[in-house]
Design a protein around this ligand. Sequence first.
Ligand SMILES: [Fe+2]
Length: 222
Amino acid sequence: MTETDFSIRTFRGGYDDNFTYLVSCMQTGTQFIIDAAIPLHKIKPYIHTKIHAVLITHTHGDHTAHLDEILNEFPDAKYIGYENLVNQNSKFEFSPVNDKDRILLGKLNIDVIYTPGHFPDSVCYLMENIIFTGDTLFVGRTGRTISAKSSTNDLYHSVYDKILSLPSNTLIYPGHDYGEKPNISLADNIKISPLLQAKSEKDFIDRMAYYEANRKQKKRRN
Ligand SMILES: [Fe+2]
């Protein structure tokens, strides 16, 4: 694997301690945004010339809240998300991606991992050892499956087959600031997360039910 030079600026806010990430390829100056949860004026001071793409992890409204605001300002930016969107939250042209697709932005390769469960159009974006997980995986737990279109079974396979099989030094960059710190390695996240220690699909479903029955932060939405 060729290591490239990038920076990630994290913005926290939006509907429910959401994260938006501004990623910059340091070799080409190419910049793109992961999730559109934060007003553009907060990101703008860090944009050099333009935004080349907006990558959406899923179409829950808090993750697309400022999508058209960004695309209005940067109409050449590609709007990227899973090919079969549940919610059409933008009037702009859409660039669909699917599992195992590779997106090239500047010199940065981003691999698309389709991860349904929290929502049917959930994807994660893997950039070298960084994975942007949206609401599929947070620091300390998985996403929830309380939407009408959620599936705990699908979430199990997405998380256990596709994410936990990544190298243990992979860094999780989640869609919300729900944990004890903004990001965490996969190995450390497994250590602190009972929902990542299931022995089987049935065990995971039991653990999710236990979590829902005992959760303390009732105000959290995801
Ligand atoms: Fe969500």
